[in-house]
Design a binder for this molecule. Structure first.
Ligand code: HEC
Length: 186
């Protein structure tokens, strides 16, 4: 009896694995899944990507060590990096993200609002490592720990930052004008 039950269980598991492999290969080979970014993700896919991303970042950001407070100098330095590398996709106070970034799936969120949902350690981790399958690049390689810390310092100040303060921080000059060449500010 127990032996029969054991054999049945093994067969059941093998059968389930075979069906899963068949579904996986069918989806990959037949082109059934629509990869068009002009189409929204199905709710189930969106939920899976979102939940996986949030849990993965939460789990890994615990190893990040940051200073207790960020100096205004560091925030200003980060603002310059932000205007050069991030504003196209994430916008800034008084500056919308570029039109082309609205065609990405997922759409990069406006960080002026979304940044408040993340701790400084989580922001650091995301900027350093990027997010697979989303278009969020890893910046750790070329900005290095100091650059990523400066960007983090600035992003934590984004919620509640006024367009005037943003312009003052970025000098309203070269870096900000670089963004404006693609997406006119205001
Ligand atoms: C080419 C576009 C692109 C650029 C450039 C970019 N990001 Fe992102 N970023 C994304 C996308 C897309 C997501 C959404 C990922 C997701 O939801 O799975 C994202 C997500 C994030 C998040 C998590 C926010 C959330 O709630 O989903 C943070 C924080 C972030 N980016 C910071 C930055 C910073 C800081 C920079 C510049 C150093 C930057 N990003 C540059 C595309 C970009």
């Amino acid at each position: 009896m127990t032996k029969q039950l054991g054999a049945g269980l093994v067969l059941g598991v093998i059968g389930t694995v075979l069906i899963a492999v068949a579904v996986w290969l069918t989806v990959a080979y037949t082109g059934a899944y629509n990869v068009a970014a002009s189409d929204q993700h199905a709710d189930a896919i969106r939920w899976t990507l979102d939940t996986t991303m949030h849990r993965s970042v939460e789990r890994r950001a615990g190893d990040v060590e940051l200073p207790e407070t960020f100096s205004d100098e560091l925030v200003a330095q980060g603002a310059g990096h932000y205007a050069e590398s991030c504003v196209y996709c994430h916008g800034a106070p008084g500056q919308d993200p570029t039109e082309w970034s609205r065609g990405m799936r997922p759409e990069p969120p406006h960080l002026t609002e979304a940044a408040s949902e993340w701790s400084a350690e989580e922001i650091y981790w995301i900027v350093e490592n990027g997010i697979k399958m989303s278009g969020m690049p890893a910046f750790g390689g070329h900005h290095g720990p100091e650059g990523v810390t400066a960007i983090t310092a600035f992003v934590t100040r984004l919620p509640g930052l006024s367009p005037e303060d943003y312009r003052a921080l970025t000098g309203g000059g070269a870096a900000a004008a670089g963004g404006a060449a693609i997406a006119p500010a205001d």
